[in-house]
Design a protein around this ligand. Structure first.
Ligand code: MG
Length: 333
């Protein structure tokens, strides 16, 4: 019989200990005998980045990843967005009664896998079980701390007129992959979620110092949302060129059929980078030389002091890219 999570697994007793030991310690490493109420960290001197995010994606498993890998990478990428080197993560699980041990083991396993690959440990966590119908299988909250080098300050307030806007790769892959899965569209070819950790790519940009003005992972609301936030926060207009946006053919075709725009679709392994015009070409080369940034493109520039995003089409016509309204795709991350 398939072993499933029962309410007693969240009672704090012997069954909880077994669950934590067999699933989480087994996946993340460490020794259950060392457990304490808090992890104790030695942080480098200087500024510390601290972030948290919750993950409720449906379905939990998808081509290119699962809710576990997504939760880990999402928090790593939020740390990377302020130029931080991730030091440690926390992962908290809300599990619905009836979830199989097998699913849980798989999710914890993919967190362990990306944790080992990146060398970023999961040092603390929590588990709660809710009765059937009060949740939907597994929800995860991840938090993370990272250290920021003294000369790094990535924030949209630093954006100046004429700065270049770079996207580190093809857009809309994650959003399209999840939508296609839900719509029952057969994804035969290469489109999988782009879910990936980007801290290494951002660290490669550290030597450019203040020439890098801002970085942000283009998750919910996609590139369109981040650019609108940057336009508001920097009080600058941003002009982007449609034909320079890296969009995979299948994503372009599929989104057209579904009535979606790749520019608003979630990405889980892509950053937007604002960079000074002097260093734009060099920074683009540096990003393209990194395995996570091979398809990077310079998509536009900041301009006048009217805070809005304008898209120029291949025909030379221009249109506004407004802030997306409402929830385009629920439970995408
Ligand atoms: Mg983010």
């Amino acid at each position: 019989m398939t072993e499933t999570i029962r309410l007693a697994h969240g009672s704090g007793g012997e069954m909880t200990s077994r669950l934590i030991k067999e699933i989480f310690y087994a996946a993340f490493g460490g020794d259950v005998r060392d457990a304490n109420d808090s992890a104790v960290l030695e942080l480098p001197r200087g500024r510390t980045a601290f972030t948290t995010d919750s993950y409720v994606i449906s379905p939990m498993f998808f081509p290119g990843g699962d809710i576990g890998k997504l939760a880990f990478c999402g928090t790593v990428n939020d740390l990377a967005s302020v130029g931080a080197r991730p030091i440690a993560l926390a992962a908290s699980f809300i599990i619905e009664e009836g979830t199989t041990f097998e699913d849980l083991r798989r999710i914890a396993g993919s967190i362990g896998e990306v944790s080992r690959a990146t060398g970023i440990p999961v040092v603390t966590g929590d588990t709660k079980v809710v009765d059937k119908g009060s949740g939907d299988k597994v929800f995860i909250t991840t938090s993370g701390v990272g250290s920021i080098p003294d000369d790094i300050d990535y924030h949209p307030r630093n954006i100046r007129p004429g700065d270049a806007i770079i996207v580190t790769g093809s857009i809309g892959d994650h959003g399209y992959c999840i939508t296609a899965l839900r719509e029952g569209i057969d994804i035969k070819s290469a489109v999988t979620s782009d879910c990936a950790p980007l801290h290494g790519l951002v660290e490669a940009l550290w030597p450019f110092g203040a020439h890098i003005r801002a970085a942000r992972d283009a998750t919910r609301g996609g590139v369109g949302m981040v650019l609108n936030e940057w336009a508001m926060q920097s009080s600058r207009g941003i002009l982007i060129h449609e034909e320079r946006l890296p969009v995979k053919d299948e994503v372009a075709g599929g989104t057209a059929l579904l009535g979606l725009e790749p520019i608003y679709l979630a990405n889980e392994g892509k950053m937007l980078i604002a960079v000074s015009p002097e260093k734009a070409a060099e920074v683009l080369d540096c990003i393209r030389a990194h395995p996570a940034g091979a398809d990077a493109a310079l998509i536009g520039n900041t301009g006048d002091d009217k805070p809005r995003v304008v898209l120029e089409t291949a025909w030379g016509t221009q249109r506004l890219v407004p802030v997306p309204r409402g929830e385009i795709l629920p439970r995408i991350c």
